[in-house]
Design a protein around this ligand. Structure first.
Ligand code: GDP
Ligand code: MG
Length: 446
């Protein structure tokens, strides 16, 4: 039976990835994130739900005879929209005792006064946005249409390390890389590109460098779900601290499994039982205590327990059956991006599904480009990146944001077109917000 990818289904239904995943989970259909797949049958079930929810078009038909004006709008813009002379609006306003110039923003109250005089209706922002975005999504959908190609294959888990400051996140990452890094095998040198791969017992694991909570907040703000597993580091001599709790909450709200690394076990004052006790207060009950939370005692200094920790990561990863379609067109998430002298915009991306090739046209957040070159996490130039590979890509027009998604598109022209649409929309949004704010200030002063 063929499988349906969640983000594809979300796109088809015009719903948010997260909304769809939540709905699936409510229906007891297993779906970890937007990269997961479900069966066609399951897709049909959920489709019905969303189709039922679609609003009827009656309301829109009602207002179709009249022009819709969406605030904020200036006198001049209104005149243009109504195809009348702006002086007739100004005259009308003066007759109501309102002095207005052509560049004046009209607040909603004045606008509703004018609506009855000039026979138009006031639309709300979301309505226009929706129409805009529906139109836009249709075009984008057409371009990005992408059926899963070929066979699915197991993919490496993407892991973040979280925890309270000084509990040893960096030290644990360093310890892991020192012993398990790809560089020794591939003869490269680990580059700091925001993510790196390590190999444990022939299993590849991708680690994000960004401390977990930053990655989570920044990326989740953009709706990205780039983490499969979280390692929660708790110092055995310090216990659960505020940022530990924060990290637990982030992982839980993103529905990411947590593996606890009880660190600094080499210290004489280490007290792992106290850590386990404190964790129970946050509903993380260790396996030895009858719960299902994996706790691994480690020391980043002596490296004791690091192998066990990686063993647990591969175990949890296998349990979650992470899959990708290497023959698909590439897509994934931006981990970090910057402007580099002589190189231009450089973005580190994680290829989460499909393959990314040098020469591919990509849409990346609201920018685009042709992949001119790719550099792997061990500093090697590569021509092809399969799931899951962290790579630096060169050739983008502008700097994307961490958490933006990227996607290979048929050609650069289309990429540019979509990117420009997105940018324009963002600009409008900003303008709208600013205008709303300045109008508020204006009235506060009165
Ligand atoms: P982060 O803020 O969570 O990234 O913590 P760091 O990795 O920077 O570690 C904070 C401090 O704890 C450093 O001085 C480390 O040397 C020390 N440290 C980290 N792991 C261990 C460990 O396993 N044992 C001991 N004794 N010290 C550790
Ligand atoms: Mg650190």
């Amino acid at each position: 039976m063929s499988k349906v990818r969640i983000y594809q289904l979300a796109k088809d239904l015009g719903v948010d990835n997260k909304e769809l995943v939540d709905t699936l989970n409510e229906l007891d259909i297993e779906a970890k994130n937007h990269m997961s797949t479900i069966t066609e049958e399951e897709a049909e079930t959920v489709k019905e739900l969303f189709v039922d929810k679609e609003p009827t078009d009656e309301k829109q038909e009602d207002s179709e005879q009249k022009l819709t004006v969406v605030p904020p709008v200036t006198v001049g813009e209104l005149a243009e929209k109504l195809e009348i002379d702006s002086t007739s609006i100004i005259t009308k306003l003066i007759s109501k005792g309102i002095m207005a110039s052509i560049n004046q923003n009209l607040n909603e109250q004045i606008l509703s006064d004018l609506a009855s005089e000039f026979d138009f209706v006031i639309g709300d922002e979301s309505q226009e946005d929706e129409e805009d975005s529906n139109e836009e999504e249709k075009i984008i959908e057409e371009i990005l249409k992408d059926e899963p190609k070929g066979d699915s294959a197991e993919r490496a888990p993407i892991v973040t390390v979280m925890g309270h400051v000084d509990h040893g996140k960096t030290s644990i990452l360093d310890a892991i890389r020192e012993t398990k890094s790809l560089e020794s095998e591939a003869g490269g040198i680990t580059q700091h590109i925001g993510a790196s791969r390590v190999v444990y017992n022939d299993n590849t694991i991708v680690f994000l460098d960004t401390p977990g909570h930053e990655a989570f907040t920044e990326m989740r703000a953009r709706g990205a779900h780039v983490t499969d597993i979280s390692i929660l580091v708790v110092a055995a001599d310090d216990g659960v601290m505020p940022q530990t709790v924060e990290a637990i909450n982030h992982a839980k709200s993103a529905d990411v499994p947590i593996i606890v690394a009880i660190n600094k076990m080499d210290k004489p004052e280490a007290n792992p039982d106290r850590v386990k006790q404190e964790l129970t207060e946050h509903n993380l009950v260790s396996e030895e205590w009858g719960g299902d939370t994996i706790c691994v005692p480690v020391s980043a200094i002596s490296k004791d327990g690091i192998d066990e920790l990686l063993e647990m990561v591969t175990l949890v990863s296998e349990m979650n059956e992470l899959q990708a379609y290497p023959e698909n067109t590439g897509k994934g998430t931006v981990i970090e991006a910057k402007l580099e002298k002589g190189r231009g915009p450089v973005a580190t991306v994680l290829v989460e599904d499909g393959s990314l090739n040098v020469g591919d046209a990509v849409l990346c957040g609201n920018t685009f480009g042709n992949v001119r070159a790719m550099v792997s996490d061990i500093g090697k130039r590569i021509n092809k990146a399969t799931p899951v590979t962290p790579v630096e890509i060169l050739g983008l027009e502008d700097i994307p944001n961490a958490g933006d998604t990227f996607q290979v598109v048929p050609d650069e022209k289309q990429a540019r077109q979509i990117a420009e649409q997105k940018k324009e929309k963002e600009r409008e949004e900003k303008l709208r917000k600013n205008q709303a704010v300045s109008l508020d200030n204006f009235f506060e002063q009165m």
